[in-house]
Design a binder for this molecule. Structure first.
Ligand code: ADP
Ligand code: MG
Length: 285
């Protein structure tokens, strides 16, 4: 490829709202056959809101107090729904798992089931199950070693996601939803944007460190992988991917790890970027 033609492609990219780190990036999109899509903040808006609280009456207050120390969209939703918050001591956060701290002298843990210090009572498990079937995210709350509550948050699929995924297929690319969220919620969101969980188009329950392993595994199978993401937890996978695309609305770490930044924070821009690079390279050949 001649540098001039590539620079033309780069300029056109800027017009489309795609910021390209260097002209050479366009080359690596040529052979991409698989596109991994982060769920929260990429396929969905990532602006979550609290839709349900179940269990002990203090669940929301205690959960929100601890979540005040987290930047996660789940945390923001819980904090926004609570009133004035008590002090927290010993706050700790585990990326992709949950948060903990001491509130009013009690040990509070908020997060996924694997973060809980004990079993989930049947009534709360039923709330979790129902929420997940609806594509919502349920986080559990434990106080002093016992699981006593659950907070359910809901996200919204971006209106452009389904059409963009259909366009990816038209370009001959295989779309796959990649998320740390549980399989039930992931499957519901996947179906709503035209992805089939039964045909391997969803990889769920992935820990932040695991996203990069999914990229590596696909690459080991000979796939050429593009990854679209926005979160801190996506950064290693964005860097490992043959082509990393960050949502412009995303975290700085994600943007730094990526080859392309999508100024318009929707998947349409990702499809445009792939099409643009293919056209640019076709012109050069
Ligand atoms: P995604 O891949 O969809 O962006 P994450 O990897 O950030 O999701 O989080 C995966 C899961 O970890 C969440 O669905 C939730 O169960 C749990 N989790 C992560 N951060 C928090 C938090 N601050 N509070 C409660 N739960 C959390
Ligand atoms: Mg995300």
């Amino acid at each position: 490829a001649t540098p001039t033609a590539l620079l033309v492609g780069t300029g056109r990219g800027a017009q489309l709202g795609v910021l390209i780190k260097g002209p050479e990036v366009l080359e690596s999109t040529r052979r991409v056959d698989t596109v991994l899509l982060d769920k929260t903040g990429t396929v969905t808006t990532g602006q979550m809101s609290l839709v349900e609280v179940a269990g002990h009456p203090e669940t929301l207050r205690l959960a929100a107090a601890v979540e005040a120390g987290s930047e996660h969209p789940i945390a923001r939703a819980i904090v926004a729904a609570a009133g004035e918050l008590p002090e927290v001591e010993g706050f700790a956060s585990q990326q992709g798992i949950g948060v903990q701290g001491r509130v009013d002298g009690r040990d509070v843990v908020v997060g996924r089931a694997s973060a809980m210090p004990g079993p989930v009572p049947a009534d709360l498990a039923a709330v979790v199950e129902r929420a997940q079937q609806a594509g919502q995210t349920a986080v559990l709350v434990a106080v002093d070693g016992a699981v006593t509550g659950v907070c359910v948050v809901a996200d919204t699929v971006k209106p452009t996601s389904a059409a963009a995924i259909a366009r990816l297929r038209e370009l001959g690319l295989a779309p796959v939803l990649l998320t740390g969220d549980n399989a039930g919620a992931a499957a519901a969101v996947a179906r709503s944007v035209g992805l089939d969980p039964d045909r391997g188009e969803v990889v769920a329950g992935v820990l932040p460190a695991g996203k990069v392993d999914v990229v590596r595994e696909l690459q080991a199978q000979g796939r050429v992988v593009a990854m679209v993401g926005d979160g801190v937890n996506d950064a290693p996978a964005l860097a490992q991917a043959d082509l990393g695309l960050a949502m412009g609305s995303g975290t700085d770490v994600a943007i730094e790890a990526s080859d392309l930044t999508l100024v318009r924070a929707d998947l349409d821009a990702a499809v445009d970027a792939v099409r643009l690079s293919r056209r640019t390279l076709a012109v050069i050949k």
